[in-house]
Design a protein around this ligand. Structure first.
Ligand code: ADP
Length: 181
């Protein structure tokens, strides 16, 4: 069972995914976390990804699709996972469909967490990650609007999408997600 957490950067996908992992024992697969680990370890992949991530651009589809494909073939993900930060564009969504077919998995729900842009910028400035400078945040939001948000149609058409209001405290948002599951 695959649950996709969807939404702009800063809406709280990572926080909610961590809670779901802890309370429901569904493993968490975050392409952003995987990239940050690669960057910290200065692996070949990390060296390529560093500048791209820090400038707020998207890492190549080939790299992130490779990360997801490799992870989903591991035994710890045999029963599914929470996908966070992937897919982020149409080609990644199509690649995911292929990977799921190959690994005999299925998307159970796509949960879109909705928060307005100004609130997102405030939250991210507080977080203070290296890619959380205001100009980089604005750039990431623009990429989200242009490339990622159109996927909402893709998942609406498959009948798997549910949108929730993410303007609430962490526990309240968690309950809204739990209600859907
Ligand atoms: P946020 O949700 O706050 O944007 P993430 O941790 O999901 O944070 O992503 C951080 C950065 O990692 C992105 O801005 C991008 O550079 C890279 N990244 C993560 N997932 C993907 C993806 N699916 N495709 C391309 N780049 C990605």
């Amino acid at each position: 069972m695959i649950i996709v957490l969807f939404g702009a950067p800063g809406v709280g996908k990572g926080t909610q995914a961590a809670l779901l992992a802890e309370r429901k024992h569904i493993p968490h697969l975050s392409t952003g976390d995987a990239l940050r680990r690669a960057i910290a370890s200065q692996s070949e992949l990390g060296i390529v990804a560093k500048k791209i991530v820090e400038s707020g651009k998207l890492v190549s589809d080939e790299i992130v699709t490779g990360i997801v494909k490799e992870a989903l073939s591991k035994p710890e993900f045999a029963n599914g996972c929470i996908l966070d930060g992937f897919p982020r564009n149409q080609s990644q969504a199509e690649a995911l469909d292929v990977i799921l077919q190959e690994t005999q998995k299925e998307i159970y729900r796509v949960i879109n967490i909705n928060v307005e842009n100004e609130e997102i910028v405030n939250r991210m400035l507080k977080r203070g990650r290296k890619d959380d400078a205001e100009d980089v945040i604005r750039h990431r939001l623009e990429i989200y609007n242009n490339q990622t948000a159109p996927l909402l149609n893709y998942y609406t058409n498959s009948g798997k999408l549910t949108t929730i209001d993410g303007n609430a405290d962490v526990e309240e948002v968690y309950e809204r997600i739990d209600d859907i599951l």
